[in-house]
Design a protein around this ligand. Sequence first.
Ligand code: S3P
Length: 174
Amino acid sequence: MKKNNIVLIGFMGCGKSTVGKKLAGALSYTFQDTDAMIEECYGKTISKMFEEDGEEFFRNAETALLKQLSEEARGVVLATGGGMPMREENVAFLHNIGTVVFLEAKIETILERLQNDTGRPLADGEDREKRLRPLYEKRLPVYRAAADYILDTEDKSFYGMIEEIKKVMDNVTE
Ligand code: S3P
């Protein structure tokens, strides 16, 4: 039995927030974003949190939030931080929350999208490509394994992606 929430996973810059907001609008669901929820809860940006409290603190905050959402989320499209499926216990929580959709994009597409972006501590700074390529390669099989559905986002319009996810959800029974 699946709850009718949709959980979006994937690498930084794969479009979780943009697709998630549009999808939530199309389904009349509520859009939630784990990064934004953590920032609000702790009153600081993710970058500040990495700097002041360390990555482990942030990862623990992510797990605690997922646990809470797995008990209470209803009618939600949830965009998750790119590192979320890397903890095994998180993957179980993601599935408890709802149908897990991996937004797959090529590393080249992602690097292009992140080009002028700041505010992501793992992507900011020098040698971005050198750091992100191996991280992407390490994570790709984990995203794929964690997903109920893999949505290839390359060369697709938002409309096309949303229709595809809606079809997936039509086959999910409450
Ligand atoms: C992270 C991705 C970020 C954010 C944090 C760590 C990661 O979220 O959670 O900077 O480990 O990939 P987005 O995927 O929304 O950029």
